[in-house]
Design a protein around this ligand. Sequence first.
Ligand code: FES
Ligand code: FE2
Length: 412
Amino acid sequence: MPLSREDNDLLTRVENGAPMGAMLRQHYWLPAIPSSKLEAGGRPYRVRLLGIDLVAFRGPDGEVGVLDERCPHRKASLALARNEPGGLRCIYHGWKLAASGAVVEAPNHTGDQERFCAHVRTRRYRAVDRGGIVWAWLGEGETPARFPELPFVDLPESQRAVTSVQVPANWVQGVEASMDSSHVSVLHESSTQVTAGAGNQRLLMNKAIAPRLEFEERPYGYRYAALRPAGDEQVYARVNNFVMPWYGLICAPNPGGPSTVFFSVPVDDVTHRAWFVHFNPGAPLGMTNMSASPDVWNFPPLPPGGPEDNWGQNRDLMKRGHATGFPQHLGTEDFAMFISQGPIVDRTDEQLCSADGAVLRVRQALLRSVREFQAGQVPTLSDSPELDYRRIRSVGGVIPAGSDWRALCETA
Ligand code: FES
Ligand SMILES: [Fe+2]
């Protein structure tokens, strides 16, 4: 069923005190920037999350920090600051801020420095560097949110690749797509052929038959199995997980091969950052089309044009058989869809079908959490005794018809 306008706003909007933004800020760690972008003692980077302008940096000692972008003195950008031992020094009048957010020097103040600095109001954010990503917690209070110990965060660097790009569309459009398996064999028909492995071929083979989907609620969100007939008395099952608030853990196309976690993090109401973590829990990744990305902060490529030229779609290529005319990357095809849906998709006027169960459940989980937050509760899906991020498995395999696909997840 379509959403009301109020619910669509509640679901999508994150800026200016919107309840969803406040809930995400308090109860979740936010991926801010790939670790590899931050050089010790190097330049700070501007990062925008939930409509809040921040800078991320790594001090000369290797410690990472996330601060409000504007200097507390007279609001010059700390992206321009000098990166010194012990903090960032604003180049306007020389105030210095430690990674904790505290002002530690205000050299143009002539009175008692220490007392003065102690009274300057700044926001204190936590930052950690894990799994190839610098994360920030922007919530209030002393106890940060549960950290998402997803299957890639403790892997050695050789077994994962992290990339990210800013997309001009609301974040929920990205989150929905990560769980929307029925677009894969259509939108990505050509791009998956280009990178085809056995699993992909199996997916394409059954293109004519919509998979049967079975859902199960989990303490972090939900998981579902897409079940396709695979010959005599057998079923090919692919299990994917939606982990609140934006993680899609996708089953590896090939057994033992790399898997991907997609996440779409709100930059503001009409922009998100699409993250791809490509990882292999059992072996080094080597060079893949993700690990070979030329710029981890700007990859995969956005569609090459704007609405005036159909976002750079190549119709000649389509005449030669390409499914979409966006040969750049599988991600480019997704981004073209999100951007073409409009800055915030109008969900009051959709006409959903039986394939949209996973998308509906994403919305339900997000709306449930924001409503619990509005009622003054800790959202159930953000923290519960049963929530164990480390045990989440997205796997695929052929199982006897009639057997339980959940067994696949236990043995993985
Ligand atoms: S604006 Fe930063 S020190 Fe004055
Ligand atoms: Fe996609």
